[in-house]
Design a protein. Structure first.
Length: 221
């Protein structure tokens, strides 16, 4: 897939932070920066930041994401589908999504959580079908997600509770969520994991210079 100007600029910002933190020598920084603005595809951008952390600071559009996407792409899928009839199913935690994942729920419900998931391939299609039931798909903030399902006497859509909408990470998988909901609903929500929330709270605590109280709370004052 062709890379956009915004994606090249996000990679450039990551490189600038890396050289400022001493992770890159100036000559290597200049070489990678030059390659960034010459890159035409995602595949050319990914190696330029693969060995650099994304949590060194709030990269434009990513707000401190710590997702190591290149390490989470590849491997054998652990699940390629889910089914619920008068019941429910759940796929969450560390699991590997197959390139085609199909979920069906009738008079029941299901949960698909991608926040800690790995992906067998870079491009993934998740098909959700529900009849008089519901499904919830939870995705991390900077995952590249496209939603184009159909709701018939029901709903099929994306929503977010984040303070601001981050841009998809250039090295993240591309996930297309499709299907239909008949007299039911499929919801796709962008949401940070508990570990990510704790990491952001710790970054904010350090930024404000507030010592840790030892019980997970910030010291007032």
């Amino acid at each position: 897939m062709r890379a956009s100007d915004a994606e090249r600029e996000r990679v450039a910002e990551t490189l600038r932070e890396a050289v400022a933190e001493g992770r890159l020598e100036m000559d290597e920084f200049e070489q990678r920066l030059d390659a960034t603005f010459k890159a035409r595809t995602h595949g050319e951008l990914v190696p330029l930041v693969r060995d650099l952390p994304a949590s060194g600071g709030p990269v434009a559009g990513r707000k401190g994401s710590a997702a190591n996407w290149p390490a989470r792409i590849g491997g054998a899928p652990t699940s390629s589908g889910a089914f619920a009839f008068w019941g429910g199913f759940s796929r969450r935690g560390r699991w590997t999504v197959g390139p085609r994942f199909t979920a069906f729920a009738m008079w029941g419900g299901g949960e698909i959580d991608l926040r800690e998931a790995h992906f067998a391939e870079r491009d993934v299609v998740i098909r959700c079908f529900t009849i008089m039931g519901g499904m919830q798909v939870t995705v991390p903030p900077d995952l590249n997600v496209q939603v184009n399902g159909l709701g018939i006497m029901g709903g099929f859509g994306e929503h977010s509770k984040l303070d601001e909408e981050p841009e998809p990470a250039p090295d993240a998988p591309r996930v297309r969520i499709t299907g239909f909901a008949l007299m039911g609903g499929v919801g796709v929500e962008r949401k940070r994991s508990k570990a990510e929330k704790r990491r952001l709270q710790e970054e904010e605590r350090q930024r404000l210079g507030k010592p840790d109280t030892g019980d997970g709370r910030k010291e007032l004052g």
